[in-house]
Structure formats: C-alpha cells, structure tokens
Design a protein around this ligand. Structure first.
Ligand SMILES: Cc1cc2nc3c(=O)[nH]c(=O)nc-3n(C[C@H](O)[C@H](O)[C@H](O)COP(=O)(O)O)c2cc1C
Length: 214
C-alpha cells in the first residue's frame, strides 16, 4: 500500500478481531516505524508500553473507562512522552558524530541548545515531548494501516491511574494509547473531513486580514 492510500484509508477502529493476534515481529515493526517520526532536536521523546496479556488489557480497559476495544484488540500500545528527554541528548547527539553525520561542534551545539530550551522550562519540555510523541503515534497508525492492520487512538483514560497501575515513572506523560490489531466487520467508514479550502489559507502575507484573523 502506498502512503497516500494508507493516509486515506486509516480509520479509528472500534471493532477488532479477538482471535487474530499480532506477532512480536509485527509489534516491533510498528515501534520501529513510529521511531522514524521527526522529533525536536531528534530527542526522540517517545516511549512505548506494549500491552498484550489479556488480564493486563482487562485492567487497562477499566482505566480507559471500559472502552471495549482495549480488551478486544491484540495489543494496546501506550505512547509515553518523556518530559526529560533532553537529558539524553549527550548520548543521542554523540551517535550523529559516531556515524559521521556531523562533528563535535554540532554535537555540543545540540546539547547546549536543548539544555537551554528545556532544562529550566518544564512547560516547554512538556509541550515538546507531547508534540514529538504525537507524531510518533501518527507514524505508528499509518504504518499499521499499511500493514493491513486497524488502529484506534485513545485519550479516554485516567492518566494518574494508568501511571500508578503500570508503574510508569514521573517523567513519562501518557500521550495517548493506541489499540492495534486486525479489524472485524462493523467499523465505521472514514468520517468526513473538512476540505483544504475550509481549513487552509493560501498565499498569506504579513499584515493582511484573512479567514483566520478573527
Ligand atoms: C488524541 C486522540 C484521542 C482519541 N481518543 C479516543 C478515545 O478515547 N476513544 C475513541 O473511541 N476514539 C478516540 N479518538 C478517535 C477519534 O474520535 C477519531 O480519530 C475521529 O473521530 C476521526 O475519526 P477517524 O480517525 O476514523 O477518521 C481519539 C483520537 C485522537 C487523535
């Protein structure tokens, strides 16, 4: 399936085949595709908890306000946003040097810039982590579609309870969870989308009013 078809065909599924399970290779592939998403400074704030055990999914379902798809989908992937991701920057930036992509000066720039941007600014760190994790989540869902799978993003869960139940460290903010598996019949078709002309302003110029000015 090409990218355009995957983007057009993805839906948020509610109904999953409870009999068909994903292989560990499929789950690993999904995470690796998610990891190809961009992130601020390549911090790669996203972390993933993959829930496949049925009793674990049942507990997760109660945290997710009893959304049935949490129990039915082969896996539920909790996408976490590391709000202290910038602390890993020395290691991440060094990898670019080791692979000959940039030199030590660039590495040091990345380390200093990320410390400057986020170390004393928890709001910026929170927002950046959530942004980057959301892009990874979208990659994961597009990849799932391309792999012939169905996915369903969810923010309908009790975040504090989730963190407590699954022993999630303070620095990790649950961005969303994604039910993933094989679809069973009954899912809605793609819901309508606003057209480009309704949401985009073309050829914007400074100091000129446009549809989004008020
Ligand atoms: C961040 C986010 C959170 C969502 N949370 C839920 C949820 O908790 N439960 C649910 O059934 N759908 C959830 N959805 C799915 C949306 O309702 C769905 O994406 C939207 O209606 C558009 O439908 P489509 O994805 O099938 O095109 C969520 C979607 C996003 C992006």
């Amino acid at each position: 399936m090409n990218t355009f078809d995957a983007l057009n065909q993805r839906i948020s599924a509610n109904f999953f085949d409870t009999e068909r399970k994903l292989s560990s290779q499929q789950l690993t592939d999904l995470i690796n595709y998610a990891q190809q998403a961009p992130s601020a400074f390549n911090i790669q704030h996203s972390r993933y908890l993959v829930v496949t055990d049925q009793s674990a999914k049942e507990q997760l379902k109660s945290i997710a306000f009893n959304q049935q798809k949490v129990s039915d989908a082969s896996a539920v992937i909790i996408v976490l946003a590391d709000e202290r991701g910038h602390e890993r920057m020395p290691d991440i930036a060094q990898q670019g040097v080791d692979q000959g992509i940039y030199d030590n000066n660039v590495r040091d720039y990345f380390v200093n810039a990320t410390q400057g941007a986020y170390a004393d600014n928890p709001t910026a760190a929170h927002d950046e982590a959530l942004r980057s994790a959301s892009l990874a989540a979208m990659n994961l869902m597009t990849a799932a579609t391309a792999m012939g799978l169905a996915s369903g993003p969810m923010i309908g869960f009790d975040s504090a309870q989730l963190k407590q139940t699954f022993n999630i460290g303070e620095r990790y903010n649950p961005a969303m969870m994604i039910a993933v598996g094989y679809a069973r019949p009954g899912n809605w078709q793609k819901k309508p989308r606003l057209a480009a002309a309704q949401v985009a302003v073309m050829d914007v110029r400074p100091a000129r009013d446009h549809a989004l000015s008020s």
